[in-house]
Structures are given as structure tokens and as C-alpha cells.
Design a protein around this ligand. Structure first.
Ligand SMILES: *Cc1c(COP(=O)(O)O)cnc(C)c1O
Length: 359
């Protein structure tokens, strides 16, 4: 099989070594004499896997002991509801940044639970820039501040962690594990798995212990962080196969040298691609350079009419899923952890040749 590079924004590329490992042990997992998909989540083999994956994630992210790590379902979108349900804790207001498509969705769900104070709004610059933190309008009565460190669609990524006197909540779906962060600065971190962790179906939530246990009335039990934590994320059947693959990905990241190594690799990949874009008059990216995403790189062609041809030729060259989100147009290359430097180099070669032929 030819090696293709998949630039999908999600579900996204997985490391090839991980896929091979899964293939190898698919029919017979550990001592189970059955596939990992066919065994009880309460049996020895799966319990061992669950514990090991949590331990590896804690090690990789240096998660302090006073944080719970949950392996849930419902995607990042379910967290848009679970966050207010659990974190309001008697308050009626919360602060949200509006920096892109996903924060907008989080805001819409937040409004079902509380008064949302938009503390900064990037829709005025089409999600290409972020107002200085010192100018944000933060309501001190808010129960928390929710933000989206990496906006997957516009490719807008914070290069710092906002620090303030209330719990900080981060939707890290498209940036988790791409670089080192200080978990102790956050109240809640959550991420749908299908970008940088594993297959769809799993959501990782990292939550500070003192914030749980005060869920609003009339919520489903599954939405209560404390019930999930007290049941080791097994109040009901978890997404066992996705969880297993996530564990394999954590092991793979450890083998790569952990998050400091991933950060170096990711930064170099992003620099390679942005340099190619900036060095050409044919390609452009509108995002303020400081806030350009390491993970999702949208770019426009000087002539819209060439988009179709670009996609056709790039697919022929085994460079897949480069079509940009419909709200942005043009192209988008998602270059998560699993994308090797060679994939980015192949894309840049292709872009240069395409510009020579048609630019
Ligand atoms: C993909 C994505 C989501 C949506 O995730 P689901 O798992 O489909 O709910 C939310 N936030 C961000 C930042 C994303 O990239």
C-alpha cells in the first residue's frame, strides 16, 4: 500500500505504528483469547488497560494528583453542557471567549444553563486575531472562564494560558498532547479524541477534584463528573475500543520522547508550512502570526477557481483531505501529532510545483 498523508481535521490520521500494533493484536488481545472489542470492561484485561492508559496520560501531561482523569463519551460537544452543569456551583454567570466556530458552539450550550458573558470577541476580525488578555472584559462574578486554546476551523491558537482568579476551562480537542502545558493552571481540560488522541467516540476530561460534586439539579447521572469519577468512568459501558487505541497512542507519544519532543516536531512542521505560504504570492493565511495554529493550517489560493484542480491533483499525489472548511474556503492542512515531517514536506513540494504550473 502506498503511503498517503491524511490532512483531515478529524477524525484524523493516526500514527502508522499504532495502526500496525492494533492490526497485530486485533484478534487476540493480551491473554483474553478474544479481541479487545469483545471483552468486558470490568474484566482483568480491560481494567489493566484502563489503568495503564490513565497512568501514561498522567505521566505525559504531568497531571497533578488532585485532578481526576475521565474517559467519557458524547464528544467535546457533550462537554459544552457538562461544563456549566458541573462548574456553575450555585452561580448564574460564566465567562466565555468567542474566538471561533467551536467557542461559539460552547457559548450556545452555555446559554442553556447561565448568563454568558462574552469577554472577548474575535468574530469582528473573522477569527484571525485575539484581543490582548489585559483588554478582556471578564465578569468577576462568573463561575469560570471557558476558552478554546486552538480553534480548529480558522487555525487560531493561543500561545499562552490565560491566568486569572477563577477556574479556567479549556476545550483542547485539537491541541491536547501537541505541546507541554501546566495542568495546574486549569480547572477543567477536555478533548474529543478524534483529533490528537485516537478514534472518535471517546472524550478525555481532566478536572480538578474540588470542582466536582455540585452538579445542577435534574441532570442525567452520566453528566455528573463526580458520578463518572467515583465509577472510574465505568458508570455505564465506556467506548472500549476507542479507549484502547487512545492507550496505544499515549504509549507511542512516550516512545517519541513525550510532549517536549512532540512540541519540537510540531513546531517545525508548522514553521515549514507557514514559511512556504509566506514565501509565495500564490498562497496566503490571514491569521495573526503570533496566533497561528500548530495543528490546523488554513490557506487560500490566489485564484479560487483553482481550488478544485488543487484538490484533485493533491489527492492524486496521495495528499488527502485538504479541502478547507466551508466557512473559510480554500484549503486546510491539519497536521496533528500523527502527521510526520515527511508529510508536510511532501505537501510543500506539491504546493511549490502547483504554483509553478498554474500560479
Ligand atoms: C472537533 C472539535 C469539537 C467537536 O468535537 P465533537 O467530539 O464532534 O463533539 C469541539 N471543539 C473543538 C476545538 C474541536 O476541534
Amino acid at each position: 500500500m502506498t503511503q498517503a498523508y491524511n490532512f483531515s481535521a478529524g477524525p484524523a490520521m493516526l500514527p502508522r505504528q499504532v495502526l500496525k500494533k492494533i492490526q497485530q493484536e486485533l484478534l487476540d488481545y493480551g491473554n483474553a483469547k478474544a479481541s479487545v472489542m469483545e471483552i468486558s470492561h470490568r474484566g482483568f484485561d480491560f481494567m489493566e488497560l484502563a489503568q495503564r492508559s490513565e497512568k501514561d496520560l498522567r505521566e505525559l501531561m504531568h497531571i497533578p494528583d488532585n485532578y481526576k482523569v475521565l474517559f467519557l463519551q458524547g464528544g467535546a460537544s457533550a462537554q459544552f453542557s457538562m461544563v456549566p452543569a458541573n462548574l456553575l456551583r450555585g452561580k448564574t454567570k460564566a465567562n466565555y471567549t468567542h474566538t471561533g466556530h467551536w467557542s461559539k458552539k460552547a457559548i450556545a450550550e452555555g446559554r442553556r444553563y447561565c448568563d454568558v458573558n462574552i469577554c472577548t470577541d474575535s468574530s469582528t476580525n473573522k477569527y484571525t486575531d485575539i484581543e490582548d488578555f489585559s483588554d478582556w472584559n471578564i465578569d468577576p462574578d462568573g463561575a469560570y472562564l471557558h476558552y478554546t486554546p486552538n480553534e480548529t476551523i480558522a487555525g487560531l491558537e493561543f500561545d499562552y494560558t490565560p491566568e486569572l482568579d477563577m477556574p479556567l476551562v479549556a476545550d483542547m480537542s485539537s491541541t491536547i498532547l501537541s505541546r507541554e502545558i501546566d495542568v495546574s493552571k486549569y480547572g477543567v481540560i477536555y478533548a474529543g479524541a478524534q483529533k490528537n488522541i485516537g478514534p472518535a467516540g471517546l472524550t478525555v476530561v481532566i478536572v480538578r477534584e474540588d470542582l466536582i460534586g455540585q452538579v445542577v439539579d435534574s441532570q442525567p447521572a452520566l453528566f455528573d463528573y463526580s458520578i463518572q469519577a467515583n465509577n472510574d468512568s465505568m458508570y455505564n459501558t465506556p467506548a472500549t475500543f476507542s479507549w484502547y487505541v487512545a492507550g496505544c497512542v499515549f504509549e507511542w507519544i512516550k516512545e517519541q520522547g513525550g510532549l517536549s519532543s512532540m512540541a519540537k516536531i510540531n513546531q517545525t512542521k508548522a514553521q515549514t508550512l507557514y514559511r512556504a505560504i509566506d514565501n509565495s504570492d500564490f498562497y496566503s493565511n490571514p491569521v495573526a502570526s503570533k496566533y497561528r495554529s500548530w495543528m490546523n493550517v488554513p490557506f487560500l489560493l490566489a485564484d479560487d477557481k483553482l481550488n478544485g484542480l488543487f484538490l484533485e491533483r493533491s489527492a492524486d499525489a496521495n495528499l488527502l483531505t485538504l479541502k478547507g472548511h466551508r466557512s473559510v474556503g480554500g484549503m486546510r492542512a491539519s497536521i496533528y501529532n500523527a502527521m510526520p515531517q515527511e508529510g508536510v514536506d511532501a505537501l510543500v513540494d506539491f504546493m511549490n510545483n502547483f504554483e509553478k504550473d498554474y500560479g
